[in-house]
Design a protein around this ligand. Structure first.
Ligand SMILES: [Zn+2]
Length: 98
């Protein structure tokens, strides 16, 4: 069975959107970077001007049988161990029968 763990928790803070964001993509990214840097400086001064705050995380997938990182063949079966393959095959057969 594939196990998904939450890892690398972090706090992500998004500044208010730039009022007059440039049509030019490169300039717009620069404006966003400036806004983030400005907000960072404001937080540094303990002034909160935050549109939203959320905690995000990455995920990592591993096998519950062998604890190896989850690795699927392009047709979908797990490649790490025979137990995972057997489980996958059972699930596939039961899906085909239903
Ligand atoms: Zn495995």
């Amino acid at each position: 069975m594939k196990v998904v763990n939450k890892i690398d928790f972090r706090l992500v803070i998004e500044p208010e959107s730039v009022p007059f964001l440039s049509e030019d993509k490169e300039r717009a990214e620069w404006q966003r970077e400036e806004e983030c840097l400005n907000l960072r400086d404001e937080i540094g001064r303990k002034i909160l001007n935050i549109k939203s705050m959320r905690v995000e995380h990455d995920t990592e997938e591993f096998c519950s049988f062998c604890n190896e990182r989850w690795d699927e063949h392009e047709v979908g079966y797990p490649r790490c161990c025979s137990e995972a393959f057997t489980e996958w095959k059972k699930e596939k057969l039961s899906q085909e029968q239903s």
